[in-house]
Design a binder for this molecule. Structure first.
Ligand SMILES: Cc1ncc(COP(=O)(O)O)c(C=O)c1O
Ligand SMILES: N[C@@H](CCOP(=O)(O)O)C(=O)O
Length: 535
């Protein structure tokens, strides 16, 4: 299949209309502060279920991505090559294997941590790194010195995006990468994964504040016209549309793995359960579902930072001020987020679908107005309410669950005691003595939410997304399992992490007077030094 037309993209807030895929990937965030969305969600080809069923992960990725990226923009052979290189770094032949966690309850786990940094972010960020490189090589053909297009990638992380982005971009030509992380709020292994990468184009900034503060600084830098014009700022967070796009593949892959599994009960409805923070992972599932993937529901699993769960339980109020004391530190730190950036994209589509206007153009205009209004209210008063029609649209597609820290630890323990998946590959974590399966705390949030959903829907098949390897979160895993028979943390530790925290590292502290302007000056100075070869 070779689509002839590129998808066109618009901003959720109304500007930047008609951009190409390349524009959208390189810009990251729209200049009006909105997020890029495709003008239309493509439908699956009529024969997708038979034609795609036995494809490899890479072949499937090509089919899915080709529905959004025109071969006129990236020739098919080039796209295939980018995909091949992106997933050749994965440790598992299937890339994102599905394991039978608890077949009696029709509970399956989609292991997304087989990439270089042991978290689901690798699936999109290995691809995005290669995509940036592809566009830069094309732009810079025949150019020398100052004429070359140099990209300054800036991202915020609560732990996993940072290392995955760094591993996707380290050592690449014509690109510098800056990662902001909240001081003391990422796990020691996560911090070491980022700061021990010493390539000259990698810049880590440890920021006094929360992940939301880091994310706000990044968004302010994107809004700075001056920095954009001099430094070509680009995004690696899930505000970048390519992140969402690349994550769609594994929903299809998991669906096929499930229905081909001998334990699958034919006709059983499929539910995906997704540990959620910034709403990027589950949004990819929503796109897959909207394209035609037969998923009965998508279940949002939050930790105690529960803005998404409260949205459903408070009749459509999205409030960052209702959470007393602001963002909470939990055992699943990568999800310690107050405001979920990508929810804006979903709201746009729900507003579009709920609008009664007869033309698509009118509906688009109204959806952009609605989203702009809501986001302005969020900024000025800390919350907004959506209409009943928008809320009902969300309820058709989603359910939500909030999982406490206590439940998270208890779920790591109960999974270890009761789950012995028969089809594990070598990259999974289990006790060599008892065979008990070890999940990380984010995955545990998803498993706890799955078990609740199973109680209400015992006939459904649940695919719970396993978003990180447990070795990244030693303290929570140890807390849950230290007294369990057959458990030893060193056994869980992959070779890649041994001695990591002792290696030489490099990081720039941002403390005291923390502001986006201070970070902007650091970015400018460090890019300058890098380009002069002084690092
Ligand atoms: C391990 C892990 N699980 C879950 C999430 C939440 O995913 P999302 O932010 O896409 O909702 C994150 C961070 O994004 C993460 O790092
Ligand atoms: N959990 C993330 C937070 C950033 O989210 P992103 O998906 O928008 O990049 C992390 O680990 O950094």
């Amino acid at each position: 299949m070779s689509p002839t037309l590129s998808q066109k993209y618009l901003s959720t807030r109304g500007g930047s209309y008609g951009l190409s895929f390349e524009d959208v990937v390189l810009k990251g965030l729209a200049s009006d502060g909105g997020l890029f969305i495709p003008e239309e969600i493509p439908a699956l080809p009529s024969n997708w279920e038979t034609e795609w069923r036995d494809l490899s992960f890479e072949e499937l990725a090509f089919q899915v991505l080709s529905l959004y990226i025109s071969s006129a923009e990236i020739p098919s052979e080039d796209l295939k090559d980018i995909i091949r290189r992106s997933y050749s770094t994965f440790r598992h032949a299937e890339r994102t294997p599905v394991v039978e966690l608890d077949p009696k309850r029709n509970l399956y786990l989609l292991e997304l941590f087989m990439g270089p940094t042991f978290a689901f972010k690798d699936v999109a960020l290995q691809f995005l790194g290669n995509l940036f490189e592809y566009f830069l090589v094309r732009k810079n053909q025949g150019k020398e010195g100052k004429d070359r297009h140099h990209l300054t990638v800036i991202g915020a992380t609560s732990g996993d995006t940072g290392s995955a982005a760094i591993y996707g971009l380290r050592g690449k030509k014509d690109v510098s990468i800056f990662i902001l992380f909240p001081t003391g709020k990422v796990s020691p292994i996560q911090q070491a994964q980022m700061t021990t990468v010493l390539d000259a184009n990698v810049h880590n900034l440890t920021v006094e504040g929360s992940f939301d503060d880091c994310q706000d600084i990044v968004k302010a830098l994107f809004a700075d016209a001056d920095l954009n014009s001099t430094h070509n700022v680009a995004a690696v967070n899930s505000i970048n549309w390519a992140r969402i796009l690349a994550q769609m593949t594994y929903y299809f892959y998991a669906y096929f793995s499930l229905i081909k599994s001998p334990s699958y009960k034919a006709g059983s409805p499929v539910r995906f359960v997704v540990p959620s923070g910034n709403f990027g992972d589950i949004l990819a599932g929503w796109f897959a579902k909207s394209m035609g993937l037969p998923a009965e529901k998508l279940v949002i699993a939050t930790n105690e930072n529960d803005i998404l769960d409260r949205f459903f339980r408070t009749n459509g109020q999205y409030s960052k001020t209702a959470q007393a004391g602001g963002v909470k530190e939990t055992h699943s730190p990568a999800m310690d987020i107050l405001v979920s950036s990508n929810f804006e994209r979903l709201l746009w589509f729900l507003a579009f679908q709920a609008d009664g206007s007869s033309s698509a153009e009118e509906k688009r205009k109204h959806a952009c107005e609605a989203v702009s209004g809501w986001l302005t209210q969020l900024k000025t008063s800390g919350s907004f309410n959506v209409s009943e029609a928008v809320l009902n649209g969300a309820k058709v597609e989603f359910e939500s669950e909030r999982v406490s820290d206590e439940d998270t630890i208890e779920t790591i323990r109960s999974t270890y005691r009761s789950c012995f998946p028969p089809n594990l590959g070598p990259g999974s974590a289990k006790s060599s003595k008892t065979g008990g399966y070890i999940v990380d705390p984010h995955t545990a949030v998803g498993v706890a939410a799955s078990l609740r959903s199973i109680q209400r829907n015992p006939a459904a098949s649940h695919i719970s997304l396993s978003t990180a390897h447990p070795a990244k979160f030693a303290s929570a895993v140890d807390l849950a399992l230290r007294d369990e028979d057959g458990y030893s943390f060193p056994e869980v530790l992959p070779q890649e992490f041994v001695g990591l925290e002792q290696r030489e590292s490099r990081v720039t502290p941002v403390s005291g007077n923390v502001s986006w302007e201070v970070v902007r000056e650091i970015v400018k100075a460090e890019v300058e030094q890098e380009l002069q070869g002084l690092r």
